[in-house]
Design a protein around this ligand. Structure first.
Ligand SMILES: Cc1cc2nc3c(=O)[nH]c(=O)nc-3n(C[C@H](O)[C@H](O)[C@H](O)COP(=O)(O)OP(=O)(O)OC[C@H]3O[C@@H](n4cnc5c(N)ncnc54)[C@H](O)[C@@H]3O)c2cc1C
Length: 465
């Protein structure tokens, strides 16, 4: 190895990838940083606020960072936590830190969303003149979803053909390798007396009581528990909100405490390398992981989705109602519709909501109440512990019939009928709405039948425009 290669000092800029396991940017920074490697994290509370992250989501992030610090230290990697007000301030912060550490390479894993892309472009521009390389790595998905394109070269907007291409690509490329983080050399330019570790913002760290323990260990435990049994019944149990039928891995996937490639490796260990031969449970579960990749693919390929705009332009003509009173009732779980109230209260108490119920409450807001799906999307983002821009935007646009692979606008879930199908004994509803059986506790805020007719007429008029 040349002297030059031996003296390269690197920075791993951690963002939505707070883990040691299978972390491509961190692994590359350690590998390349023969002259020293340092990890940094830039807290941008203003940016988090602009992205509507609430206390659960911020707490998950800062908790993961605290847990990661000792793991990094055991690998010889110093972590420095810095502060920038928002994304616009980041390029300057990085330049300063690169100069202090005399680093010539900054490695980071790619994130999705237009703001994130623009932030990275301005970082690259800022680092160009001082000759610091900014190197991005693919990370948040199992496969490089930018490579998946329809015959016309455009991104897919319908799930099934995307999934077929995804499976074909996996077959061609094989199961992706995991990125192992080696032991690093500490950067001799880092003077611990001058460049302090950096404090987390105490207001962000004081997270609410949570059933989701931040860090890398808990998601691995949950994955093993799920693979040990529930996955085999997933296709039957996943729609029943009173059961623990799903993996509940979303909070850790959202902040990058577990890698989706690690999950695929464990699936293959358990069920073999030939996916077509998997039983129904694991196959259906893999499809859900592919939905996550699909929403990232769409957001990446269609920038207007990051800009508060619907996929289908005609839905801009839907006259959403400014109905604050009903929005409040929905958000407090006081609509008088049992399954809707149960879902919204589960969200309020835990920061998480079952997928079937997310679909029901989102449909209720955007169709029965005709309230703009973007209000619901923001509310969810603010309350969810697993708030994830592509999946949340995708889920809301799906429910409101404005987005990808959308349910046609005239197919509207009746929440009571959904409850009859998926919560027959009202077990889930009673858990979250103890007064459910008390007659007249909360009279319904809309007549479901009339509201359905109104939604269909409104969407029809908008479509015929
Ligand atoms: C209106 C609405 C908003 C949503 N907002 C979010 C969000 O902010 N963050 C989020 O992670 N998921 C979101 N989802 C998707 C889904 O509800 C959750 O991912 C799922 O409930 C998480 O539970 P789990 O980890 O037990 O999932 P499992 O059923 O065990 O699935 C495994 C993983 O696959 C992914 N996944 C599962 N279903 C979906 C889906 N429909 N779309 C995209 N990814 C999926 C998740 O990462 C999940 O952790 C939303 C869905 C709707 C309808």
């Amino acid at each position: 190895m040349t002297d030059v290669a031996n003296s390269i000092r690197t920075i791993a800029w951690l963002r939505g990838d707070l883990r040691l396991d299978d972390n491509p940017a961190l692994a590359a920074a350690v590998r390349r940083g023969k002259g020293g490697c340092t990890a940094i994290f830039v807290m941008t509370p203003e940016q988090w606020k602009q992205h509507h992250w609430g206390e659960h989501r911020c707490g998950m992030m800062t908790g993961a960072l605290t847990a990661l610090r000792s793991g990094l230290d055991s690998k010889g990697i110093d972590l420095r936590v810095l502060r920038g007000s928002d994304d616009a301030a980041i390029a300057g912060v990085l330049l300063d830190v690169a100069r202090t550490l005399d680093a010539s390479e900054i490695h980071a894993n790619r994130e999705f969303g237009l703001n994130e892309e623009r932030r990275d472009e301005s970082v690259r521009d800022e680092l160009l003149a001082p000759d610091i390389d900014f190197i991005r790595h693919e990370d948040q998905t199992i496969l490089p979803i930018r490579e998946i394109r329809s015959g016309g070269g455009t991104p897919y907007t319908v799930f099934t053909p995307f999934k077929n291409k995804w499976l074909a690509l996996l077959q061609d490329t094989g199961i992706p390798e995991l990125a192992t983080v080696g032991t690093a050399r500490r950067n001799p330019k880092l003077d611990p007396d001058k460049f302090l570790p950096g404090e987390l913002d105490p207001s962000l760290e004081s997270r609410p009581e949570s059933m989701f323990e931040p860090g890398e260990e808990e998601p691995l435990r949950r994955l093993e528990r799920f693979l040990d049994g529930p996955i085999l019944r997933y296709h039957e149990d996943r729609d029943t909100p009173s059961l623990d039928g799903t993996s509940t891995l979303s909070p850790w996937l959202a902040c990058g405490s577990i890698s989706p490639r690690r999950i695929l490796h464990r699936l293959v260990d358990a069920h073999g390398p030939t996916i077509e031969r998997w039983a129904e449970g694991p196959s259906v579960w893999l499809s859900e992981l592919i939905w996550r990749e699909f929403y990232r693919h769409v957001m990446d390929g269609i920038p207007r989705l990051s800009m508060d705009r619907p996929l289908h332009a005609w839905t801009n003509r839907v006259p959403w109602r400014d109905d604050d009173a009903r929005f409040e009732a929905w958000s407090r779980g006081e609509t008088g519709i049992g399954i809707v109230d149960a879902g919204m209260r589960q969200l309020d108490r835990t920061g998480w909501m079952h997928n079937r119920v997310r679909m029901i409450v989102a449909t209720f807001l955007s169709k029965h109440l005709l309230i703009d799906w973007r209000r619901g999307e923001r509310f969810f983002m603010n309350r969810l512990v697993d708030g994830d821009f592509p999946s949340n935007n995708g889920g809301w646009q799906w429910a409101a019939s404005t987005g990808t692979d959308a349910a046609p606008y005239f197919r509207i879930f009746n929440p009571d009928r959904q409850a009859e199908r998926f919560d027959k004994e009202h077990e889930y509803i009673r858990t979250w709405v103890p007064e459910f059986d008390t007659a007249g506790a909360f009279p319904p805020i809309v007549d479901l039948k009339a509201a359905r007719v109104r939604a269909i007429e409104t969407f029809k008029t908008a479509k015929n425009g």
